[in-house]
Design a protein around this ligand. Structure first.
Ligand SMILES: Nc1nc2c(c(=O)[nH]1)N[C@H]1C(S)=C(S)[C@@H](COP(=O)(O)O)O[C@H]1N2
Ligand SMILES: [Mo]
Length: 501
């Protein structure tokens, strides 16, 4: 029998190697062996913990959950490797191929993806081979005739443990590099022709020209668009494989594919649209704007003859098993986007097609959209089943994202304001904690009915003071002052910040 420390180290090394091998081949796609385990971790996390984590840990919560999934996956492969090594010992054969085979079996059971699991198996087998390299055999693997005595045994154990650790680190490093290269490919807009059409170019230039150019805030078209997903590994849907079905209360259920959608050339529009997540902090960064190309939902659905109750609702379903329900009236203004800033929709933002529902919280802007079901009765969406109320129109907000000390000694504050389809009429700032208010400079509005604006204010101050901002929407309604947490229906209150001269 082998030393237990040695057996465990080699098994864990093989487990880590399997994970890295699969990652090298699949990247962060559903074929990665940790993806299904991650889904299980997400599904098994109690709703109260998810809500708490969204509000207190933000993105860190999801990252910790994913780390746990990686550890569990490596652990699962470690168990398979330990079993493989024990079998090989018993039958006196080389453990490396046995471990590789068992790892492939585990990987196939998890994902069904051949390439990803072959890579997992090869890496696990390699890790075991590295651990045993030039170490005297305890089994028959290196052709040894029986165990070396006493001293030699201890030396072999040490050697195997060190080699296993070194092998695991090396394979994990190589896997991480190869896998993240793959992610760069798949997160970038796939199948792009690299050509942005004339109209998009003009609109993007217009947005550029209207941006206030304040240091430290996003331009009117975001450079870093936030991303929120229920899963840690996004679906990877090729546009040839994508279909969208219309079901439920319709005269004629229909199915569309990507060419049907992009072939509706008379209907194609370009719209600046802002998205904001209901779960973000009041002054959070989950609010962004892009120029989207797509087709109005109703142009697509008209031929199906909705015979729905106008007071009821619709359910969107997606490739990642996400689903959200909301009123039919909101669907009527909806948009199905297949390009973002002139490039095919990036994978993380719903490639190949996502929904954009004007003025509503982000969550009903369903990505990787696969089904539109016209309902005759209300039903809860994914987040509403978990206690959120995020299917309605957004709250009005003015954010304070930068405080710049200008060369002339003046102070410049700035940020964005957004009120969905109500629009932003005015943003005011107070530099005395809310006693007096002054209007700020707003960026010229972009074309579109659901877009944010930037605001900026420059002033002089010689003592520490409290800056507060508040917006007024296009209907003359002042942003609510009452402070409220994101859960369950989005944060409210006025953003304030202490500023030193
Ligand atoms: N299929 C699917 N669509 C989805 C989500 C998701 O997890 N799955 N998240 C929603 C949420 S909560 C938000 S805020 C927006 C964010 O869109 P973005 O990731 O493109 O910024 O997408 C929405 N659409
Ligand atoms: Mo969201």
């Amino acid at each position: 029998m082998r030393n237990p420390l040695e057996a465990i180290t080699v098994a864990v090394a093989a487990g880590v190697a399997a994970l890295a091998g699969s990652y090298a081949a699949a990247g962060l796609t559903p074929a990665f062996v940790a993806a299904p385990i991650s889904d299980v971790v997400v599904a098994a996390t109690p709703d109260a913990v998810v809500t708490w984590s969204i509000q207190t840990l933000g993105d860190l919560g999801a990252q910790l959950g994913f780390l746990l999934a990686l550890a569990l996956t490596a652990g699962l492969f470690a168990v398979a490797s330990a079993a493989g090594a024990a079998l090989a010992d018993r039958f006196d054969v080389n453990p490396s191929p046995v471990v590789a085979l068992l790892s492939v079996a585990v990987g196939l059971a998890l994902t069904g993806a051949l390439l990803s699991t072959l890579a997992a198996g090869a890496a696990a087998g390699l890790a075991v081979a590295v651990a045993n390299w030039r170490a005297g055999a305890t089994g028959g693997s290196a052709g040894g005739s029986g165990a070396p005595a006493g001293d030699g045994r201890g030396r072999n154990t040490r050697r195997r443990v060190l080699q296993a650790l070194a092998g695991a680190v090396g394979i994990a490093g190589a896997g991480a590099v190869l896998g993240s290269r793959r992610n760069d490919d798949s997160n970038a807009a796939p199948e792009t022709d690299g050509e942005v059409d004339e109209e998009v170019r003009t609109l993007l230039d217009e947005a550029d020209g209207k941006s206030l150019g304040v240091e430290g805030i996003e331009p009117l078209v975001s450079e870093q668009f936030y991303q929120v997903d229920i899963n840690n590994v996004d679906p990877n849907v090729a546009r040839e494989d994508w279909t969208l079905s219309l079901t439920g209360a319709v005269d004629r259920p229909i199915e569309f594919d990507y060419d049907d959608l992009t072939g509706m050339t008379d209907s194609i529009e370009r719209r600046f649209v802002t998205l904001r997540c209901v779960g973000e902090g009041l002054n959070g960064k989950k609010m962004d704007t892009a120029l989207w190309t797509g087709v109005p939902v109703m142009d697509l659905l008209d031929e199906a003859n909705l015979n729905a109750d106008e007071n009821c609702c619709v359910m969107f379903r997606a490739e990642d098993d996400f689903f959200e329900e909301f009123p039919l009236s909101a669907l009527r203004d909806g948009f199905l986007a297949f390009e973002m800033n002139g490039e095919p929709l990036p994978r993380g933002h719903g490639h190949p097609v996502r929904a954009l529902i004007p003025g509503h919280w982000g969550e009903i802007n369903v990505k990787w959209l696969t089904e539109i079901e016209i309902l005759e009765e209300e039903a809860d969406g994914y987040w509403e089943q978990r206690g959120w109320h995020g299917t309605g129109p957004v709250e009005t907000v003015a954010k304070l994202h930068t405080v710049n000390h200008l060369d002339g000694g003046e102070i410049q504050v700035g940020g964005h304001a957004y009120a969905g389809t109500r629009g932003i009429e005015r943003v005011e700032v107070s530099t005395d904690g809310g006693d007096s208010w002054t209007e700020t400079t707003l960026s010229e509005p972009l074309p579109g009915t659901d877009v944010w604006r930037q605001w900026e204010y420059t002033y002089e101050a010689d003592s520490s003071h409290e800056v507060v901002v508040r917006a007024t929407d296009g209907e003359g309604e002042l942003q609510p002052e009452e402070e409220r947490n994101a859960f369950p229906s989005g944060p409210t209150g006025w953003v304030s910040r202490r500023v030193e001269p």
